[in-house]
Design a protein around this ligand. Structure first.
Ligand SMILES: Cc1cc2nc3c(=O)[nH]c(=O)nc-3n(C[C@H](O)[C@H](O)[C@H](O)COP(=O)(O)OP(=O)(O)OC[C@H]3O[C@@H](n4cnc5c(N)ncnc54)[C@H](O)[C@@H]3O)c2cc1C
Length: 513
């Protein structure tokens, strides 16, 4: 079934008598206020008097922060609504579980709020189902009033330079997934047997990678990093990590906390940044940039003997990853082109552009290379048929206030986006929350206005028949709780919060599936 183009809900989806008397939105048990902050008493009295039509059902695809915050907002604002959340893995939380660094446990506290949302009787979690593979998108369109795509950005950007497929070259995404116990990356076995590592990129993910490589492993033992990663890091011989950026200090996409953590890391020193890279008077800078510049002046010093060493290189672009002559097929060095600001560019401007300098290229040793130049979303199968466009260059689904757009820029009714797949792979959990709330408001307001897919209203009960008919194994919230409990027990025995189960078969076994 194709989504309707901002059409009114068809009357077959509602009680015809009520529809003619009250309008479609009311007939579906929805409050008719256009504001998303409708008081629950008004809304529930409306819905209580109209219990016979099926409640509107929203399918959310993806259980990261965008999906959960949007679910919470919709359930709070619209008492008649039901939300079913589909997740590709048997376990929830997306990058909160598999991206946020293990030594940032406080960031993961948002999962308490997600657990609270999941306890709402109008919420259903369906795990281990990949939409577009295990279940076609059109099956969801058949059974729901609205779909919210919140499936994140699962791909990483490539450098497109020679040598990118040499051994020892990793995407930061894979390395992060490895040290976080993601089932798809637990067998990565990164080569950490030699001293020099290069991280290409200077965003927060690059800083996470460098910090994990340089941290004393004992500082990580009480985190939820899996034992296999702790063991590999304990045996690691990486001593020098060079973080290289295409532009200058003021253009790096990092934030104060992450910069400070690297600069003050126990047992590691950061080589001073050339003073010419920093403004003479940092007081002229906006607050965040000033703090970072001041930190770079204050906390860098020639590393002490025996320290692990971090180095920040600016105005350099990699042009080739070169093999190590002594080790066939393995990376040994990186060749960089030197850059300068384009004429007229202000080096203090965060968006200042650079160009290659006509100067000899530089070659630096690299026994391991981590490219960290950004994540990107992928289209899931079925978007085309649903009339949903995809911007491959920016790696996101084009939209207006969360309402997806078709390839021609027209709005597609009943299908929405939130989070990284909506605005691209930037922003922390707080900005993803705000974004999830905004998309939730759009969904609720459209449903109240009678705009939606006009599906059967069966939701998961309708999809479930199809899934079970195909013999696909799914998990619910109870199964996640069983996995969670076993992980916590195993963690307790090791003196840490949890020891993650990294194998999907084992997750399903533990969950009794
Ligand atoms: C390495 C890293 C470290 C970070 N550290 C921090 C930090 O310290 N602090 C902070 O505030 N922010 C941090 N962030 C940012 C934060 O993680 C993101 O803002 C947030 O997770 C984006 O949420 P999302 O819901 O859009 O996507 P995600 O969190 O990626 O969730 C998407 C979910 O969709 C699921 N999915 C994908 N495809 C399908 C499909 N076809 N069917 C069903 N489900 C599917 C995925 O499995 C995943 O669970 C970090 C990000 C990264 C990459």
């Amino acid at each position: 079934m194709h989504p309707m183009r901002l059409a009114r809900l068809p009357t077959r989806a509602v009680c015809v008598r009520c529809a003619s008397r009250l309008g479609n939105a009311r007939a579906r048990g929805l409050s008719t206020s256009s504001s998303s902050s409708t008081s629950s008493s008004t809304s529930s009295s409306t819905s209580a008097s109209l219990t016979h039509p099926p409640p509107p059902r929203v399918a959310i695809i993806g259980s990261g922060p965008a999906g959960f915050y949007a679910a919470g907002k919709m359930l709070k604002d619209e008492p008649a609504l039901r939300v079913d959340m589909y997740e590709a893995l048997p376990v929830p939380y997306g990058l909160v579980r598999y991206g946020v660094a293990p030594d940032h446990p406080e960031v993961k506290n948002c999962t308490s709020r997600f657990t609270e949302i999941a306890s709402d009787p109008r919420f259903t979690f369906i795990g281990n189902l990949r939409i577009g593979a295990d279940v076609p998108l059109h099956s969801l369109q058949t059974h729901y009033s609205a779909l919210l795509l919140a499936y994140g950005a699962a791909r990483d950007r490539r450098l497109h330079i020679p040598g990118e497929d040499l051994q020892g070259v990793y995407s930061a995404r894979d390395f992060v997934a490895w040290y976080n116990g993601h089932p798809s990356a637990s067998s990565l076995s990164p080569l950490l047997d030699a001293p020099d590592a290069v991280v290409i990129g200077q965003g927060n993910v690059a800083l996470d990678v460098a910090r994990i490589l340089l941290s004393p492993v004992d500082a990580l033992r009480r985190t939820d990093m899996p034992e296999y990663a702790l063991q590999a890091l304990a045996e690691s011989r990486v001593r020098n990590v060079r973080l290289v950026g295409r532009r200058g200090v003021m253009q790096a996409a990092w934030t104060i906390k992450e910069v400070r953590e690297l600069l003050t890391l126990e047992g590691a020193g950061v080589v001073p940044v050339p003073r010419a890279m920093l403004p003479e008077n940092t007081k002229v800078l906006p607050r965040a940039q000033r703090r970072i510049a001041d930190l770079l002046v204050k906390h860098t010093a020639e590393p002490a003997p025996g320290d692990r060493v971090a180095r920040l290189d600016f105005l350099r672009s990699p042009v080739e990853l070169r093999p190590d002559n002594a080790s066939l097929g393995r990376v040994g060095s990186v060749k960089f082109q030197v850059n300068e600001y384009v004429p007229g560019a202000d080096p203090l401007d965060p968006s200042a552009r650079v160009q290659a300098v006509d100067a000899p290229e530089e070659v630096v040793p690299a026994n391991a290379v981590f490219r960290s130049i950004g994540y990107a979303a992928e289209p899931i199968a079925g978007l085309d048929e649903a009339g949903v466009g995809f911007d491959g260059r920016r790696g996101l689904i084009p939209n207006a206030e969360g309402r997806v757009k078709g390839p021609g820029g027209e709005e597609v009714g009943g299908v929405y986006v939130a989070g990284w797949v909506k605005r691209g792979p930037t922003g922390v959990i707080a900005s993803t929350m705000a974004d999830g709330f905004a998309s939730a408001d759009t969904v609720v307001n459209d449903l109240r206005a009678g705009l939606g897919l006009g599906g059967t209203g069966l939701g998961w009960e309708g999809v479930r028949k199809e899934v079970e008919g195909k013999g696909v194994m799914w998990t619910g919230w109870r199964e996640w709780e069983a996995i969670d409990e076993v992980e916590r027990e195993r963690g307790k025995a090791l003196g840490k919060e949890r020891e993650k189960i990294v194998d999907i078969e084992e997750m399903l076994r533990v969950a009794g599936r």
